[in-house]
Design a protein around this ligand. Sequence first.
Ligand code: SAH
Ligand code: SF4
Length: 343
Amino acid sequence: MYNDLKDKSYGELLEIVSSHQQKPLCAQYLFTFIHQKDATEIDAVTPLPKAFRQQLTSEGFVISSIDLLEQHDDPDGTIKFVFDLGDGAKIESVRLKDGDRNTLCISTQAGCRMGCKFCATGQLKFQRDLTAAEIVDQVYHAETICGRISNLVYMGMGEPLDNFENVMRSIELLNDKRGRNIGIRHITISTCGLPEEITQLAARQIRPRLAVSLHAPNDAIRSKLMRVGNKFPLEDIVNALRDYQRETGKRITIEYCTIDGVNDKIEHAKALLKRLKPLKINVNLIELNPFPGCRYKSSPTRQIREFAQILTQSGIETIIRFKRGRNIKAACGQLGATWLEEQ
Ligand code: SAH
Ligand code: SF4
């Protein structure tokens, strides 16, 4: 939204303030009240001169807020939040508790254009990109309910790199010391692997951690599971990741969902190793989570362990991600599953 002050960078707030002949300090008040103190109306930014507040309001400026519609608590400590974006679009975020870590998994789009066949979000109709304000607001709402969020993962609904600028803006807002001050090493973007955007990310000053959802050791299997597999061959993705690593020196997490009889054989693990040889990686194996209408099944635990063993034997740090939040349809790939039937 053009007039949404929550969506503005600090630099843009400075411009607005100076074009209204106000002191630069006013930009700091605005930023801190919006991003640290959860102000949702201009009048709540009390250090600003009253006349300036009135002027901003009469010019149509607002501080947006998304509405929390539902909260679902799983006995395993996972919490799912459902938000209403005000125009009929709905999204979900998930809080995961792990020792000291309070992680929030956030959405970047209502629906997803990538249409991966094993993912509930991918079966929903794509509605739209979220603004940066709508992305950061998921964090602000969650913090009022479950305390300081220590880690952020862009792994909810949508493909973050398909909404590149808004996602990068949201990260800058959340990382800013005048706002929430979430450390950049505690922020991870998960992508289905868009090579051009990976290259763009490498060139940015502020760079989060990167996780790439690969799910297959070759293009034939990948394009069966993921529509993007037809567009970008694995070779392009691996090349983009190699350049990314050369530029940033950062290790990349590979996400691999093990699907019964599709990509979970020993030979697949070996082929994956070969493919990823040029990269410095760690691997997260994810058990496939079911949703209504999903044609795939999770691999048996024994199979997943054997797959993991092949990788660890070659020195690749590998973890198996346990099912979390399944009771409330909050596990990986289940977001939006409850709306599939309505659709
Ligand atoms: N669009 C991004 C981020 C959101 S999906 C991406 O694809 O990476 C977050 C993770 O959940 C991805 O690794 C995705 O492959 C995985 N996922 C999707 N559907 C799943 C399912 N049914 N079971 C388990 N993981 C799933
Ligand atoms: Fe989109 Fe990620 Fe789901 Fe694929 S796995 S449809 S990219 S959200």
